[in-house]
Design a protein around this ligand. Sequence first.
Ligand code: BGC
Ligand code: NOJ
Length: 811
Amino acid sequence: MKYGFFDDANREYVITNPKTPYPWINYLGNEDFFSLVSNTGGGYTFYKDAKFRRLTRYRYNNVPTDDGGKYFYIKDGETVWNPGWKPCKTSLDKYECHHGMSYTKIIGAKNGVEAEVLQFVPLGFWGEILKVSLKNESKETKKLKLFSFIEWCLWNASDDMENFQRNFSTGEVEIEGSVIYHKTEFKERRNHYAFYSVNTPIQGYDTDRESFIGLYNGFDCPDAVMEGKPRNTEAHGWSPIASHYIEVELAPGASKDFIFMLGYVEVAPEEKWESKLVINKKPAKAMIAKYDTVEKVQAAFNELRSYWDNLLGKITIKSNDERLDRMVNIWNQYQCMITFNMSRSASFFESGIGRGMGFRDSNQDLIGFVHQIPARARERILDIAATQFEDGSCYHQYQPLTKKGNSAIGGDFNDDPLWLILSTTEYIKETGDFSILDEMVPFDNDESKAKTHFEHLKISFYHVVNNLGPHNLPLIGRADWNDCLNLNCFSNDPNESFQTTGNKKGRTAESLMIAGLFVIYGKEFVKLCKQIGKNDEAAEAQKHVDNMIEAVKKDGWDGEWYLRAYDYFGRKVGSNENEEGKIFIESQGWCTMAEIGKEEGLCQKALDSVKERLDCKYGIVLNNPAFTKYYIEYGEISTYPAGYKENAGIFCHNNPWIMIGETMIGRGDRAYEYYTKIAPSFLEDISDLHKVEPYVYCQMIAGKDAYRPGEAKNSWLSGTAAWNFYAIIQYILGLKPDYDGISINPCIPKAWDGFTMIRQFRGATYNITVKNPNHVSKGVKQLIVNGKQVDGIVVPMQEAGKTHTVEVIMG
Ligand code: BGC
Ligand code: NOJ
């Protein structure tokens, strides 16, 4: 069953039934100021850091779900309703939620009145606009009462949920005209406040939650709204809110717009006060004045739309399947930008308080957005590298506000350093900017220890070489990509975190996933060294890569697939000898992408085993058979019930590794079949089962061993977004930026006649047509650039500022 439809021309998903199987959300904001908004108006807002600068309150895992947000109540006679259906849940005559590129428009209608709420954050602005348009479509004059509502969070989202003995006494507000200011803790150490305004005189307001709602009521029946009478309260402690009350009279056919603004202000310490205890409102007033008319708002909205036209215009394709086109051209790229902004911090599954920016995660995310915002990608790479230690190891996470490594989460995830080679080489290939290698970058944020970024890459490479185990395979450390395969943890205490506990300090547990990763990014390191004339460095590094290939062939092959690891005791993990967890996806993905033993047929065998043992109707599961009991020597992976998360769930992030592996051996049909199994737009018809948004990837779909296979969780913030984009563009459609041009080597289903792509690359536009007259999956017979035949598969760099025609004939 569907709950809406894709409007590709407007780049929107339009939800037509508010009772989606889970809240379907969107993100507003592109730089510093962000909001999450659900299809019924739920969600919250923060500035830069979802933990430390939360503007509005949100209660996760609430009953009913997704209660609390930016609400508008309309009282029309005795009927009270909301444009987004919630929280009153009054049945509506019309409901639509348009989630677009960084904006959401919710439209509701009841008894002849239509209300539209358009929400977005203008570019470069620290505030969100909510334009509310009311229209009287009935034949009689309407006297409406409009109430706005938000609930302030007392800034630190974590403390806000825990420290009630203090927080119930600290809340402070000011009200002036139509603006409600939130100034909790401004008196002491904060130099920031927030405000909620509307561009019209108000007839009343409330800032004290209990007076507005009533202690024993829910958001669905606030006393003030039900009675149609604001209380004009000033909050002191308890829970400050902001609610405007506006009386609106509309003649038949008449309409009226209101511009609400939720803003964030920082002031210099010496400019904090207007007079004793009265905050300096000048900056807020300037922000309000910037968008106080419909025309100004419309202009800002148009700017936002052109911003996205430009970003999404960097890669566009046309295939014979609109579901593929809308993933590539719109939603997958959009999601990649969201993961750039949020990493894994704030979604409806990530509370915004637990996790900062991941070293591994943010490097991988970069491969999904570097073509859109290369300058910001460069900055991100250098920020990440600055948290690395001198021996190449890394903090697993860092905080976005301070950019410092998070010691509470620890380190020793031995895959971490290698991802820096991935992000940096992808960045250089996209931009041609080798100067990043010469930047001086600190270690552990200590400027006195800075070395060039190239040196950071080198120590990342040698961190693996210096940490090999008994089989000359990489030591796993705390864990590799799979945070839950904790081979040195040995935890018997439920109060310990699997992520930070290492009860054994062994140097035996080895990872075949890191081995494959090392071969790929080791080769990339060699190639990069050659590009910049460091040939001795390249030759030395190549030896280590060759040794790793040999080590995998010797001790990493199980007969039908690649082993996953060796455990603390030196026993095989992911082997036919094991009773459970005989085969794992990660090493099949990385070792086939690395083409280890390809000539000997190992890659094909491993991928056939994946098909046979790991594939199912909804995607490829992580391991098989699923673990049915706790294995202390494996850690968190065996804590999950069978079929969920890292224990045989379909972990969407690693499915593209298999897709790419399939393209390495030329099996385009299979690669694309895997692509379509987890691409959300292909799952729209099973939204009932899938549950989460059909426009973005989720981290996990329940696997074949689960109670309800096909049910998904953890939408939005996942490396899945970047990797699927990378797999479809660079390996299935086959367009790969390289140091000296773009290589084109598609691997597609045989039935395809071809496809076209427009690619902006280093200032030039490439109009690419791929034709497949002989219906093959792989192989380029002819490459024609601007009418001239070119040997090989690389389109050499063409003149910037111009459009170039590229024709590829497969065969
Ligand atoms: C989850 C992982 C996650 C890790 C670190 C585990 O519980 O299963 O997916 O990466 O926590 O937060
Ligand atoms: C989610 C984490 O963010 C990511 O870093 C990790 O690789 C996967 N889970 C798998 O455990």
